[in-house]
Write a protein that binds this ligand. Structure first.
Ligand code: 6PG
Length: 220
């Protein structure tokens, strides 16, 4: 029910963007939580050919890896009606993300600002690839930063990552947080209580700096 409700809401946002500007951009998260949401969204009746889809972050692995967020999006979102959408992947065939950042940033330029961005969150308080202890965490979380895309390496991240920056996420016309389980709810409550004072919880920085709403979809 949660996945369906979020899919209907995101589709309505995308529909409004299409009506207002003739095109729409959506950024989704990877990981395990979004599968049912992505499937529900793929079935929404929209003029998908005018929708661009990207990711809020990507693991630096090829699409043949079961860790690839692009593979997740292709398998669960870019199906049926939504297969007409234009996909803007964040991964390139380079050994390190640093070699691809400029090209990826260029490929996203005409898709920004995002109309809709859907964030997930880990129990360590990371969102997108804003991991606690990340090597470029402060740059990525700088609300005045000028980079749209940054590489990120962190002990909890597994492989190197590439991530949209905080300013790009904050500029999204609609921003959602999709989390499930009691543990994540507790982390969210800590983050809401901490404001910007707990750099250990990167999600707190998103919640504190966002001027409009961060609509949160949670279920046990
Ligand atoms: C990723 C994500 C990441 C994700 C959280 C939650 O590539 O890992 O985009 O930020 O949203 O890690 O992941 P789960 O849904 O798997 O708990």
């Amino acid at each position: 029910m949660l996945a369906k409700a979020l899919a209907q809401t995101a589709a309505a946002d995308l529909g409004s963007a299409l009506a207002a500007r003739g095109r729409a951009t959506l950024a989704v998260s990877g990981g395990n939580t979004p599968k049912a949401f992505l499937q529900a969204l793929s079935r929404q009746p929209l003029d998908w050919a005018r929708v661009a889809v990207t990711l809020v972050d990507e693991r630096w692995v090829p699409e043949s890896s079961d860790r690839s967020n692009a593979a997740l999006v292709r398998a669960h979102l870019l199906q049926g009606p939504a297969s007409m959408a234009r996909f803007l992947p964040l991964h390139r065939d380079t050994a390190e993300p640093e070699a691809a950042v400029a090209e990826v940033e260029g490929s996203l330029a005409d898709a920004l600002p995002l109309d809709v961005a859907i964030l997930g969150m880990g129990e360590d308080g990371h969102t997108a690839s804003f991991f606690p202890g990340g090597d470029l965490l402060e740059q990525a979380l700088d609300p005045k930063g000028t980079a749209a895309v940054l590489p990120m390496r962190a002990p909890g991240a597994g492989e190197p990552r590439i991530t949209l920056s905080l300013p790009v996420l904050l500029a999204a016309r609609r921003l959602y947080l999709h989390i499930e389980g009691a543990g994540k709810r507790q982390v969210l409550e800590q983050a809401l209580a901490a404001g910007t004072k707990t750099p250990a919880l990167p999600i707190a920085r998103v919640l504190a700096w966002r001027k409009g709403a961060v609509d949160t979809y949670w279920t046990a």
